[in-house]
Design a binder for this molecule. Sequence first.
Ligand code: ADE
Length: 238
Amino acid sequence: MMRIDIATLFPALCQAFLNESILGRAARKGLVETHCHQIRDYTLNKQRQVDDYPYGGGCGMVMNAQPIYDCCQAVIAQVEAVGRPRPHIVFMTAAGIPYTEQHAKRLAGYDSLLLVCGHYEGMDERAIEELADEELSIGDYVLTGGELASLVVADSVLRLQPGVLAEPQGYQEESYWDGLLEYPQYTRPEEWRGRRVPEVLLSGHHQNVAKWREEQSLARTKKRRPDLYKDWLQKNGG
Ligand code: ADE
């Protein structure tokens, strides 16, 4: 059963997300385990300050290496104390390698992950050098902190754990559909605001439904994501 720890300045925010919905239910069923840790608890100064001015000047503040390091060491000790191997450590930064579903599948294979969130303008590079097994970015935009990024990684990794999703992962994983955008979905009623559900979906003809969905997926991918379409054609001998 997989465990994810998050080191952050906003543990309550992160834990609140993880306790809701599908991931919260999975945790209550004992299918996954999540723990969020306050980096500020590991400061050594009276003001509990976690950041300082950047050497070399410039605007903004930089997170100190020490509280990040001590927080991570405490988490590693806690994880090992319950008989698990040392967690795989991922730092969330805008300068990291771009995160994709391929990374999610790989990270899903670890016994435990420790996701580390920066805040302010960044963190002292030496904390990353000392601790990080890898550094990931969730996309080409800048967030105010790594919290949303860590939750994106936790969510996409935990949904791959056995039993977390209601439906068995069937055709979503390693199949024809892998790398294509989803086809459009519809549910009741058959007509809403003058818009009818495509007739083929009401026909009960499974083969025609499958063919329609495939066409929709391919057309969407070609139009919206020519990069994915090209890769998919290559993979599927197109
Ligand atoms: N921290 C700030 N921006 C980020 C991003 N795009 N991905 C991961 N961590 C971040």
